[in-house]
Design a protein around this ligand. Structure first.
Ligand code: 9MR
Length: 467
């Protein structure tokens, strides 16, 4: 474990497609009926989840699969929460204990429980320096980069359509005053490892919200907060697919709730990303703990794009910091003053729901494409011995029914994997054609496809031919 004094990760109730409806029809209908009853006032404001939902938000908890047989635990979970985050079960060591051998049994138990009970799921986490299985800890360079991208792709693909938000990358910045990236085997594969992970996650699960998640990023004046802010701003400017920032918000006397917390939330939101409070816990007791919970919830509800809050456990005894009694329920499952303050703050908050659609993360093309045809441009993530190419296709001044992009790979390069296009040829002159869903394009619109390869990526401008 890290020296992690205040570690972090969720997506709002409003989202790009209804995942809950995918549960069995009978369960789905009863959940829908219950939700409508809440919305119409039958239980309005009497549970955390229902109250947050009235504000267009979610209220979630970190959940451990092995506690799903504890009736007190499950009783509180089902009554109070409408989002869950697997506390450990989706981490790299849990899902890929041996390279290319994936196990989802424990994560599935949580996902299935959530879906059967109408809860969203936050995925935590796809790429992290910590909790790596031994085989990954021992890797470096090109092999590690490829293994990391493979992990992101395989896990996000397995859960495609079931995850509201993914913590794609967790805790990649150093503590202290440097504002630097944290040194790790992943960081040593090249500074672009984070954006490579986000691109792979977007390709694997295009509808999930993709979050960067970290701790000690709550105080707006801290170098680490500023460094994460600069990265997110850069990603948005360059069209790297990022939808949300997770503030873990583990508060205690050494790392207290900062008075400028709302400024942090609203500043990130102003970049065009959602903000989610992802691992909230606040050490303490009684009225002072309750007051801090009230402040955190009030700050979130004051920021339109603060779309949800997750507490890092249910009862104090479930917490990774149990001795600090940092949660909303005591060891017997009784509501604490912190619970009451949280519910009151949720009920008092603004009822303005967050936006239901995220703004596009892809900037407009820098030069207008030729009339009637199409244009293509490539952006490369390269490392020694490999690359991921993301190709943006832009329709010209007239609608098109299909496209083909041709480009030339340097000697020694080979395409190993293609997504959102059909490729022909693996070396030298290669061509990519649209697939069924992305061929018909309105004038001036863009779509993206990608491919991964060994060797060095293409450098010239590709040719685009419209049909
Ligand atoms: O609560 C988690 C605990 O059970 C694990 O032992 C620990 C090690 O992976 O991770 C804890 O959760 C961490 C989360 O994944 C990332 N942010 C910090 C959390 C608390 O350490």
């Amino acid at each position: 474990m890290d020296n992690n004094p205040t570690p972090a990760g969720g997506r709002p109730v409003a989202r790009r497609r209804p995942r809950v409806a995918l549960a069995s029809v009978v369960v789905g209908l009863s959940v829908a009926a219950a939700t409508m009853a809440v919305a119409s006032g039958a239980n309005a404001g009497t549970t955390l989840g229902a109250s947050a939902a009235e504000k267009g938000r979610y209220f979630g908890a970190a959940v451990a699969a092995h506690k799903l047989s504890d009736t007190t635990y499950v009783g509180i979970l089902n009554r109070e929460f409408n989002s869950v985050t697997p506390e450990n079960e989706m981490k790299i060591d849990a899902t890929e204990p041996q390279q290319n051998q994936f196990t989802f049994t424990n994560a599935d138990r949580i996902v299935n429980h959530a879906r059967a009970n109408g809860m969203q799921v936050r995925g935590h986490t796809l790429a992290w320096h910590s909790q790596q299985p031994a085989w990954m800890q021992n890797m470096s360079g090109t092999a590690l980069r490829a293994a990391m991208l493979n992990h992101v792709t395989r896990v996000a693909t397995y859960y495609r359509g079931k995850i509201h938000s993914w913590d794609v990358v967790n805790e990649a910045f150093a503590d202290g005053s440097t504002g630097a990236r944290r040194d790790s085997n992943l960081q040593r594969t090249g500074n672009d490892w984070i954006e490579a992970a986000f691109r792979a996650a977007r390709t694997a699960d295009p509808d999930a919200k993709l979050c960067y998640n970290d701790y000690n990023t709550d105080d707006w004046s801290h170098a680490k907060t500023q460094a994460v802010y600069a990265m997110v701003r850069d990603f948005k400017q360059r069209g790297v697919p990022i939808d949300c920032v997770g503030l873990q918000s583990h508060f205690n006397s050494g790392s207290p709730y900062p008075g400028n917390y709302r400024t942090t939330l609203s500043s990130f939101a102003a970049l065009g990303v959602d903000v989610q409070i992802t691992e909230l816990d606040i050490e303490g007791s009684g009225s002072s703990q309750a007051a801090t919970y009230r402040n955190v919830v009030t700050d979130c509800l004051a920021v339109t794009r603060c779309t949800g809050i997750t507490v890092w456990g249910i009862r104090d005894t479930d917490s990774w910091r149990a001795s600090g009694t940092p949660l909303l329920f005591d060891g017997n499952g009784n509501k604490k003053p912190a619970y009451t303050a949280t519910l009151e703050a949720l009920n008092a908050g603004t009822s303005t729901p967050p936006p239901t659609t995220a703004p596009p993360t892809t900037p407009p093309p820098s030069s207008p494409p030729p009339s009637g045809g199409c244009a293509a441009s490539v952006s490369l993530n390269s490392w020694t011995g490999g690359f991921v190419a993301t190709v943006r296709v832009t329709a010209g001044a007239s609608p098109i029914n299909g496209w083909a992009v041709a480009l030339t790979l340097p000697g020694g390069a080979t395409v190993t994997n293609t997504w959102s296009a059909r490729g022909s040829g693996a070396t030298g002159a290669v061509t990519f054609q649209n697939v069924d869903y992305n061929g018909r394009m309105a004038a001036g619109t863009t779509t993206e496809f990608g491919f991964q390869g060994t060797g060095t990526g293409p450098t010239g401008t590709p040719t685009c031919t419209a049909s």
